[in-house]
Design a protein around this ligand. Structure first.
Ligand code: ZN
Length: 133
């Protein structure tokens, strides 16, 4: 049911200051950048072999990423698991008593449908289900 780790989300204060490490030193191809209004984040995707890194910069103080950085500092924010039939996966989690932050998928970056599990249900790891058409 889980196809692969689609990407790892990394919270950064500023894409402009974080990106050169990834593009110039690690030499990872920059796949694209976009703003996700609903989450108030600016996102940059980098290809890292078979998976991707998703750098997340807060666009406002109300952004969940701004709150995350304030509490814990920059660093690994979430692990995204690539799935098919995301609503079925969500339903399976709920049947197993795993609390979901999103009980219906929402629009994420890169045209993906996404849903997050509650970290209290997963040993403090924020997991994202991610389905790309
Ligand atoms: Zn993500």
């Amino acid at each position: 049911m889980i196809k692969k780790v689609d990407h790892i989300g990394i919270a950064v204060q500023s894409l402009e200051s974080a990106l050169p490490f990834y593009t110039d030193i690690l030499k990872l191809p920059l796949l694209g950048m976009e703003e996700v209004e609903s989450e108030q984040v600016k996102v940059a995707f980098l290809q890292a072999g078979e998976t991707k890194l998703e750098l997340l910069e807060p666009m406002s103080k109300d952004s969940p990423i701004a709150k995350y950085i304030e509490k814990r500092g920059e660093g690994i924010h979430h692990v995204a698991l690539g799935v098919d039939s995301i609503q079925e996966r969500i339903n399976e989690m709920r049947e197993n008593g795993i609390r979901m932050i999103h009980e219906v998928p929402k629009q994420g970056a890169g045209g993906a449908q996404v849903a997050f599990m509650h970290p209290k249900a997963t040993g403090s790891v924020l997991y994202e289900f991610c389905e790309k058409k």
